[in-house]
Design a binder for this molecule. Sequence first.
Ligand code: KG4
Ligand code: ZN
Length: 357
Amino acid sequence: MPAQQGPVVLGIETSCDETGVGLVRDGVLLGEALSTSMDEHARYGGVVPEIAARAHVQAIVPCVRAALASAGMAASDIGAVAVTAGPGLATALHVGVSAAKAYATALGVPLYGVHHLAGHLAADLVDGQPLPNPLIALIVSGGHTSLLQVGDLARDPIVHLGDTLDDAAGECFDKVARVLGLSYPGGPAVDRGAAGHDPTALAFPRPLLGRNDAPYTFSFSGLKTAVARWAESHPDSGVASGDVIASFQEAVVDVLTAKVIRACRDRGIADLLIVGGVAANSRLREVAASRCAAAGIRLRVPARRRCTDNGVMIAALGDLLVRAGAPPSPPDLAAMPGAYLERAQLGVPVTLTPTAA
Ligand code: KG4
Ligand code: ZN
């Protein structure tokens, strides 16, 4: 008799411009599909929520079908549904949450609303080992930059050691790319433009680096302004030189890696996870690897394609919740565009410990 298997978890992600679908069972990836509306936003220089939502409406059912086909499965094989309930663009989240409710209701299976950033933390669970516990984690995405201490991802509250005071790291890449005349989306364009160039050519500021009163707090808007000032004072440069791009990227990477390593040291935790779209950055991956090796820290970074938004990470987190025995979310689960990261699951009341009378 084969060992009892858990349910096949369908994961749905629609918080921004990627329609992502994943199918995971017992930590094993079975199928996936991804559709992006990125090109439709390019001429506006940023994601347009209504365009993203319409693209999700068009893509969601074909993506679920494609993921099922890649797994060689039928919809009736799905045993649970997990969906990003927030944070993200309200119009975009509604599409995924509505679709997830429809699948869960039609199939008669439980629904799990999850936090998008917790999904990023689960991004490489399908590629191998469970997450170490405890763990220092850095989430660097287009909308968030958070330095966290994570225990049992499915069960424990997530502790914020520090966040950004202003722009997120990815937002800084995107805005600076625009200032420097690079193509949209900015992060990958900076990554490519910096390759092979001198990161020490210009000394851009390292905001809040080495500040004992804000050891784990980030700030990127001053750096963005510094690059904008450089561009203003060099109006003839057109598309910026590779050295300028590399120097900007180095400032971001330096701050991020120095602060996460300090957090590991201060907290006595030797396991570090870096996730989110910016974790796809080549220089961040390179510097984090060498600094962690020097500091005796075990570094985990998902494969590049699992750093940016996808449905596999949501399915992986849903699978983790199912295996941890988490209660399903209620059928009136709502999209929560501004959800703060406190727990992996959204839409279930936190059980409070009663205080003695
Ligand atoms: O996690 P993600 O796909 O979406 C959000 O949850 O926000 O992150 C998107 C962000 C964008 O700001 C994008 O420019 C950035 O990740 N990004 C990168 C790279 N690839 C994506 N930033 C730097 N280097 C990259 N290679
Ligand atoms: Zn994301």
